[in-house]
Write a protein that binds this ligand. Structure first.
Ligand SMILES: Cc1cc2nc3c(=O)[nH]c(=O)nc-3n(C[C@H](O)[C@H](O)[C@H](O)COP(=O)(O)OP(=O)(O)OC[C@H]3O[C@@H](n4cnc5c(N)ncnc54)[C@H](O)[C@@H]3O)c2cc1C
Ligand SMILES: *[C@@H]1O[C@H](CO)[C@@H](O)[C@H](O)[C@H]1NC(C)=O
Ligand SMILES: *[C@@H]1O[C@H](CO)[C@@H](O)[C@H](O)[C@H]1NC(C)=O
Length: 520
């Protein structure tokens, strides 16, 4: 097969945090950096000893590459090896490993299982709940930073790449090897390992599905160390589980995905409403919900609403020309005075960069800090009633927040994501039209006031919709969500528990909200 090899450069730690323009952005960034600094005492504190069985086993695996394993007794373990994304959740893993081959991954998993410890892999390290470092103390971390291979088959346009590849690098490599692309989220620092295994929702998803819908085949290390592959023809039950709940089932070392031609002309638009009380935004939001719930809405149209302390921004990408975008009459239908910007971009990498510079992402994408987030899903028959919208915006106006750094983000999904039958992949929200994601970053630490504010947003919406059984997106981990597995995987949960029983009966791949094995 005519494969184009790619020589990877590692970008996770080198990638600079994009520079924000506003003072507000600078203040928030400083806040998050202070969150990281607050870990310093923890980094220096004496830690509990390392499990001797584990240590001798791992030291044997990495005998010729001692730098590839770190233990809690190492100086600066938290800052240099553990590197938690959410500094509000303190986690001390039993070891952090950085294998370079699938065989080493297999041996690490066997070491952990023999020592009776849990395992979680890390790709981009952007789990809201720090699940890539176990989510709770004592796990063995398999950091996939060295899994960077890339090749493109120019006959099938299937790409094969290592699961440590970050989305920003993936976009580049796909584009530079034939002008190809897949649908995925907008944060370049997120890893493919955690994204293509849990969902992966982004502006192209209405046309091409979730990122995981591109996956044709994976190489995976199982709980007993076996290295195998899963696809629609091989280990099909495992393949089902890996597409939406992989962290509970195994470690993907390699993905094979089908790709699409990268979009050419795109039109990015933003509609800024920054004057007036938040309670005055309700009509405009209702108009947005009305527009996006049209079952015939163009799949080339993607949009989100971001509400912050400063106001409301309705933005998005239209995968077509400015004229085609204008013909949708989107702004006129929103009918509120606002500052409007519409820009046409004629290259794919520029479009992706533009997303990464989006106001909210600029603040939270590349940096860690103490934060809390929740999500809720809405379907075409569970739209938010107008009184619920009014209550929400009144609440956002008046509630005590405890931080200036909060976001409420409504993201349109639907389209091709909803064409896939619910039981085809573990990702279960195939009838979700849009999500709300609420998010707050604390100052140094997260206060109860801020957590209560975030919980209050969901409560205001749910109170207006008392008969709706809401789900949540597993990609926006909410460690305090009760019955999380049910909310994340819904009708697919019983089958996932059976697959878990088959492939990982002793629950080696575990985090606080992972799928547990069925008892019979
Ligand atoms: C700033 C930001 C923006 C985001 N934007 C979007 C968005 O636009 N759309 C969207 O859908 N989501 C978005 N997310 C959510 C994101 O998709 C998830 O947090 C995702 O799980 C992160 O993947 P990761 O590899 O960076 O994380 P990690 O923390 O490394 O992993 C997350 C989970 O996946 C598991 N995992 C990692 N690698 C593997 C592997 N190779 N095999 C099996 N399991 C693995 C980990 O054990 C962990 O449980 C965003 C998150 C952040 C922080
Ligand atoms: C928009 O602004 C104009 C002029 O300032 C004003 O007359 C009009 O009522 C405003 N419309 C809305 C919907 O607020
Ligand atoms: C490992 O687990 C898989 C899946 O359950 C099983 O097929 C395989 O036989 C096991 N291998 C060993 C060596 O036990």
């Amino acid at each position: 097969m005519p494969a184009v090899p790619y020589n990877p450069t590692r970008a996770r730690d080198a990638r600079p945090v994009s520079s924000g323009s506003s003072l507000f952005a600078a203040a928030l960034k400083a806040t998050a950096t202070m969150g990281l600094l607050s870990m310093l005492p923890l980094a220096l504190a004496a830690t509990t000893g390392t499990n001797p069985t584990l240590k001798s086993c791992l030291n044997n695996v990495f005998a010729s590459n001692k730098g590839a394993v770190s233990y809690p007794t190492d100086l600066f373990y938290q800052l240099t090896a553990v590197k938690p994304y959410n500094t509000d959740i303190k986690v001390t893993p039993a070891a952090v490993t950085r294998p370079t081959t699938t065989d080493e991954v297999s041996r690490v998993v066997q070491c952990a299982a023999a020592a009776g410890l849990k395992v979680q892999p890390r790709s981009g390290g952007h789990s809201y709940g720090n699940y890539c470092i176990g989510g709770e103390d004592g796990a063995v971390v398999v950091d996939l930073v060295n899994f960077q291979k890339f090749s493109m088959d120019t006959n099938t346009w299937f790409a094969t790449f290592g699961s440590g590849t970050l989305l920003g690098d993936l976009t580049d490599r796909l584009f530079k090897n034939g002008g190809r692309a897949i649908a995925h989220g907008t944060c370049p620092q997120v890893g493919s390992g955690g994204h293509l295994t849990i969902g992966g929702l982004g502006p192209l998803s209405r046309q091409y599905g979730a990122a995981l819908d591109h996956v044709e085949e994976v190489e995976v290390v199982l709980a007993n160390g076996t290295i195998t592959r899963a696809s629609n023809t091989q280990n099909t039950d495992l393949f089902f589980a890996m597409k939406g709940a992989a962290a509970s089932f195994g470690i993907i070392t390699e993905f094979v995905v089908h790709t699409e031609p990268a979009p050419a002309d795109t039109t990015v638009f933003a509609y800024h409403i920054q004057t007036g009380k938040k309670s005055s935004f309700a009509n405009t939001f209702a108009a947005w919900q009305d527009i996006i719930s049209d079952p015939n809405l163009d799949r080339k149209f993607s949009t989100e609403v971001v509400i912050t302390e400063l106001g409301m921004i309705i933005s998005g990408t239209y995968f077509g020309t400015k004229e085609e975008y204008k013909a949708l009459n989107f702004e006129q239908r929103l009918a509120q005075n606002a500052t409007v910007s519409v820009t046409t971009l004629d290259n794919w990498l520029g479009t992706v960069t533009n997303w990464a510079e989006n106001e909210a992402l600029k603040l939270i994408g590349g940096i860690s800090g103490p934060f809390y987030s929740k999500s809720l899903n809405f379907k075409k028959d569970t739209l938010i009633p107008f009184n619920g919208i009014q209550n929400l915006f009144n609440y956002l106006e008046t509630a005590n927040k405890g931080t200036p750094a909060w976001f409420v983000i409504f993201d349109l999904e639907g389209g091709k994501i909803n064409d896939v039958p619910t039981d085809q992949t573990a990702y279960a929200h195939r009838d979700t039209l849009f999500y709300v994601q609420t998010y707050a970053v604390g100052i140094l630490k997260l206060s109860d006031t801020t957590k209560n504010f975030i919980n209050g947003i969901n409560k205001v919406i749910q109170d207006a919709m008392p008969n709706v059984n809401f789900g949540a997106y597993a990609g926006y981990v909410d460690p305090q969500l009760p019955n999380a597995q049910q909310a994340y995987w819904q009708s697919n949960l019983p089958r996932l528990e059976q697959v878990k029983r088959k492939y990982d009966p002793t629950d080696v791949f575990h985090n606080p909200q992972s799928v547990r094995p069925a008892s019979s």
